[in-house]
Write a protein that binds this ligand. Sequence first.
Ligand SMILES: Nc1ncnc2c1ncn2[C@@H]1O[C@H](COP(=O)(O)OP(=O)(O)O)[C@@H](O)[C@H]1O
Ligand SMILES: CC(C)(COP(=O)(O)O)[C@@H](O)C(=O)NCCC(=O)O
Ligand SMILES: [K+]
Length: 276
Amino acid sequence: MCNIKKIWLALEIGNSQLHWALFNGEILDFTWDTEYLPESVISQLAQCQTLNNLLLAIFPLHQRTEVQREQKEILAEAFFSSPPLFLASVVPSQTTLWQTYPNIRVITLDQIPLRGVYPTLGIDRALALWGAGKTWGFPMLVIDAGTALTFTGADDNQCLVGGAILPGLGLQIATLGQKTGQLPLVETPNSASLPTRFALNTPEAIQSGIIYTLIAGIKDFIEAWWCLFPEGKIAIKGGDRTLLFNYLQTLYPAIASHLIVELNLTFWGMREIAMS
Ligand SMILES: Nc1ncnc2c1ncn2[C@@H]1O[C@H](COP(=O)(O)OP(=O)(O)O)[C@@H](O)[C@H]1O
Ligand SMILES: CC(C)(COP(=O)(O)O)[C@@H](O)C(=O)NCCC(=O)O
Ligand SMILES: [K+]
């Protein structure tokens, strides 16, 4: 039986979309993604009288039967105050919008016990690294294949080693389409079959260039990580994790076999903060 008092929401605001999790105490019940919500919807959340109404407001229409099925027990129950919403955002304008939520808990870098962080380190990177390290151990390197692709590592002392930031898969494709005179906007590849390396048409040349250099770059960072920490662990998250992992598996199976593929790393980090 679900205890409604223990319900809390986690919201990670990325540069492409919102990532949500519904927790019951330490237990992650389920997760979903949405687009950014209109300001009018956000400001109405305070008026929701039940969790059912709240979830319906923040859940995309086409997925509503799913939330209703999974949350039958919770949905029946009423509550009179908004559940805590732990927020980790790397989009300041979005952070501002969510300040109107009555029980908002904005997570800041100083709440994460990771050592040696620099002031402008992305909160998503710090949380994902903390969540991964606390779950699987340190040293840990997190690869986030999101809007930006990031590498973020910490050593055995839970101290930030550092990392790197580059445009993610979608951004690389979009930039070529938008900032050039005659390159098309190609589809994001969605199958694990590798593009032709030496392509004889423009879309395939773009796909080849982006995919092979991304995979080569990821491999290079992983090898550099293992030079520093031969026993170091590696986890990969983000919207493009599966695609990139599948390519890595085809090209470098020995490397891929060491990767932890886990969508919810940031939520594990948020749970550490919320429960402490
Ligand atoms: N519904 C979606 N909206 C946006 N990006 C998506 C979606 N589904 C998959 N993606 C892929 O995920 C990447 C964004 O990753 P994600 O982790 O969602 O980003 P962020 O956390 O930065 O918002 C994009 O490059 C895109 O290829
Ligand atoms: C690097 C990021 C843009 C990644 O954002 P995302 O792709 O997850 O939306 C974000 O973590 C950020 O704004 N970081 C601040 C700079 C830094 O981490 O050094
Ligand atoms: K992210």
